[in-house]
Design a protein around this ligand. Structure first.
Ligand code: AHR
Length: 493
């Protein structure tokens, strides 16, 4: 099928916040221990215990922000367990994720130092569900207070003179569920209490306070937060939504059929409606757009294991997941007026990871490559797009097959990201770029023979971006042919 897309050179369009390209790492399965963190004494090359190959990979993505320590784990985590001499740290039981023990060797210093190495903003999710106001306030003082104070003194005693200056704070996680099974009214009151005692200390940084937001389409939750929380106490409202599919059998989510793929994309594309409707509620209470929508957790989630053990949400990441990433990031870009952050769940070995590890070996997933191709949109001005997508038809149902977003960076370079989710048919797209001064394009494509294709430890580069030539640019019109299940990013010259 063929479609025409108009790309508007609209100077009043918002800038795509770099934090839309954020990540999330939880104490879950092999994400932290045995994934990101191998320990200082490991034979795997590392920097303060974090594997160097991963650090390099994340640096290459220019990851802007990293959320930690949960997830559901956050509302069980007591940060003081993870500071001071490692031999004195208590061993705890990870009650949310499989009841495994953790020795707390990865704590606040490790995480914040890692963020410094990565050049990423840290985003700490605090324990509201089973913690106290004082515990939370102390954490902020510990990481942000420059001078004499009980917590700043403790930090210095443990080897860190200068505060890190942490701006982004989550006031709990999924308070409607694992955070405490609260009602929105109850949580809104609790939020007011906690936010009141969140002191910035470092006036330059300021605090960016994120309320635990809705589960998927719980619009009432967003409504109550926007109505009941004084707006001077809040900068962001979170939303969690996964492309969640019941797989119904064991395995690693590689053995799937088109019906399962179609359902996966249905849930991924639902993000458009979710973001639109949550934004509309926020517009009602905050017409000036001062409070941001934060897609705190997103990605594919295939229920391939019974419970979390032994899989701990490990799942193989195939070309299907590249499709989820491509369309989701296009949705976030296009909604960047209200959406200011989105964190892919989760960095390593869990859910839609960008890297999978096996001992000393590490592979990058197709999702990694989408994030790599799309990083050009970070901090660029959105170029709004207008088009009617051709349909991807499957057994009497249909979805929009083509997803597009575009931006112009500070040097005037235009980037267009286009996805064809159709599993069987190619799609031709004609872009009207008459409002731009462009000579030509270069392009990359991520595509494979089968949707089930994925990188393996034996074949780590089966799916990597390659140069894409199947386009023509003439007199302000760009014509491209997108093969089935492909992601293309074009760059103007
Ligand atoms: O990312 C896995 C879990 O998903 C997180 O702990 C929780 O916040 C969400 O339900």
């Amino acid at each position: 099928a063929q479609t025409s897309v108009t790309i508007k050179n609209d100077e009043s369009a918002p800038v795509i916040n770099r934090n839309i390209y954020g990540h999330f790492a939880e104490h879950l399965g092999r994400c932290i221990y045995g994934g990101l963190y191998v320990g200082e004494d490991s034979e795997i090359p590392n920097t303060d215990g974090v594997r160097n190959d991963l650090i390099e990979a994340l640096k290459n993505l220019q990851i802007p922000i990293l959320r930690w320590p949960g997830g559901c784990f956050a509302d069980t985590y007591h940060w003081k367990d993870g500071i001071g001499p490692k031999e004195d740290r208590p061993t705890i039981v990870n009650q949310w994720w499989g009841g495994v023990t953790e020795d707390n060797s990865f704590g606040t210093h490790n995480f914040l130092n890692l963020c410094e190495v990565l050049g990423a903003e840290p985003y700490l999710a605090a324990n509201i569900g089973s913690g106290t106001v004082k515990e939370f306030a102390d954490w902020i003082q510990y990481v942000n207070h420059d001078g004499e104070s009980p917590m700043a003194n403790l930090r210095k005693e443990y080897g860190r003179e200068k505060p890190w200056g942490v701006k982004y704070w989550g006031v709990g996680n999924e308070m409607w569920g694992c955070g405490g099974n609260m009602t929105p009214e109850y949580y809104a009151n609790l939020y007011r209490q906690y936010a009141t005692f969140m002191t910035s200390w470092d006036n330059e940084t300021g605090l960016y306070r994120i309320a635990s937001g809705a589960n998927v389409d719980d619009y009432h939750w967003t409504e109550v937060l926007m109505r009941d929380v004084p707006h001077q106490l809040i900068e962001g409202v979170a939303l969690h939504s996964y492309s969640f599919v019941e797989w119904g059998d064991k395995g690693d989510a590689v053995d799937f059929n088109e019906s399962q793929y179609f359902s996966t994309m249905q849930t991924a594309l639902k993000m458009e409606e979710l973001v639109t409707k949550h934004s509309e509620i926020m517009d009602k209470y905050d017409p000036k757009g001062e409070i941001d929508l934060i897609v705190d957790e997103w990605g594919g989630w295939y229920n391939v294991q019974e419970g979390t053990n032994p899989g701990f949400l490990y799942q193989q990441n195939t070309m299907r997941d590249a499709m989820i990433a491509g369309v989701s990031l296009n949705i976030f870009n296009n909604h960047s007026k209200r959406v200011k952050m989105a964190n892919l769940a989760q960095t390593v070995n869990v859910l839609q990871a960008v890297a999978l590890t096996d001992g000393a070996k590490m592979i990058l997933t197709p999702t990694y490559h989408v994030m790599e191709m799309y990083k050009v949109h970070q901090d660029a001005q959105l170029l709004p797009v207008d088009f009617d997508s051709p349909k991807y038809e499957f057994e009497g149902e249909s979805l929009p097959a083509v997803s597009v977003s575009a931006s112009k960076d500070s040097k005037g370079v235009v980037h267009i990201s286009a996805v064809n989710i159709d599993a069987k048919n190619e799609n031709e797209v004609e872009f009207d770029l008459s409002g731009f001064d462009i000579d030509d394009f270069i392009a990359e494509i991520l595509v494979s023979e089968e949707l089930q294709d994925h990188n393996t430890f034996d074949e780590p580069e089966k799916i990597t971006p390659v140069a894409f030539k199947d386009f023509k640019f003439k007199k302000g019109t760009l014509k491209i042919t997108l093969p089935p299940f492909s992601v293309v990013v074009l760059e103007s010259k």
